[in-house]
Design a protein around this ligand. Sequence first.
Ligand SMILES: Cc1ncc(COP(=O)(O)O)c(C=O)c1O
Length: 463
Amino acid sequence: MGEATDEPENDAGFEGITASLHSKGREMTHTNRATDIDAAVDIEERRYIEANPVSKSMFRDAGFYLPGGSSRQSLYFDPFPLFLARTNGSRVEDADGHEYIDFTNDMTAALYGHSEPAIVGALRDALSNGMCYGGPHAHEVALGKEICERFSSIDRVRFCTSGTEANLVAMQLSTVVTGRRRILAFDGSYHGHMCNYLAANMPLNLEPDRMIFGTFNDTGGLDALARKHAGEIAAIIVEPMMGAGGGLMADRGFLAALRATADRIGAVLIFDEVQTARFAPGGLQSILGTEPDVTTLGKFFGGGLNFGAVGGKAQVVERLSPTHPETLMHGGTFNNNVLTMVAGYAGLRQVATGSGIRALNSRGDELRERLAHIAAAKPVPFVPGCYGSILSLHFQETLPTTPREIRTPAALRKLYHLFMLNRGVYISRRGAINLSFAHTEDDCDRITNEFEAFLDAYGHLVS
Ligand SMILES: Cc1ncc(COP(=O)(O)O)c(C=O)c1O
């Protein structure tokens, strides 16, 4: 159960479990367990449908205007998603009037929780000066300076409006500065809705034929690919912790090998820190000790408003300067939206400070230990993954290091998800826990207790 992004589910884990069962006897065991999980899902699904008639009818009506009733496919789940009416702090309330503790936090974008007072205050002040300037302003410079000061690998930063856009710009920019065309990425990675490598066939991906795919954390495989395609590769793009792919941390050695390979073959190394920038003021790169040429940012950096950014070495990002002799035109009406710039700056300066981030990560680490302790006492095979304030839940013995090693079946994820929703805990189908600055100790106690309740009710289906 990896998570924390804005993308569809990776169900590779289910294929993994099927593939791992060879003997006839074990197939029987698996079949019986799958039937039992389906029966349990039926029970939780019926409860869910009965409890949420307003969401159900809103979802049906939405389908008359929005494709599949949805503006953002990652928020869809069956039988129908909850329609939300309001949010505050660590809570969300749905259209049927139920309150939930929110551990989805808008797929990590709501790092500050909902309506964080410092951000709301800054937005109120900014609104009195208007909201759509249409000219350069001090707020974009302030946020840009803050980002450059936080990331030692970032000399210049260009804003855009989403993480997807940031990654597309980073990849295109790399092709221009290197004069090459191909991009090396990793199976199971997610860099946005048009650079989505969670599965092989994603027809909306841009230029699929230029992609080359390696295996995450496989340094030997990387060497072979680099040798074969050395003169063609413009960029290597990687998430230092694969979010959607299952919450998998990159080995330090793997990232160092990416750096050495990029240097050797003359490619641009791009770190997608859209999710992972929250782990330290200078991003996960500052923890894992490898610096990329280009870093892409998104989600919480906009303080809860639309955001994307491409930052990096001056020699690469300066190509986006309008006064560069070989300038590359890159625009975007809302790139310097004043409200985003103000919210992003207020969040970084007043909430996501060095000490704030450290405290939030420690809270995540404690929660990880508590969950592991509960599962071990049952005992249920379980290992929590990810880092600090993002927790992925894997109902298996060992921590996966590549997407292929994820074994949690999709039906079990659905069971866990509906169980939690039915008990007032808002999580996504992937089941991850995304902590925000608004969470309290009580909130963490609550999810710990509900996790234990899940294992008491359905732990026998997990082994
Ligand atoms: C690692 C990563 N990169 C890029 C993106 C795309 O960001 P956006 O949804 O803002 O386009 C996401 C979103 O989930 C992400 O998790």
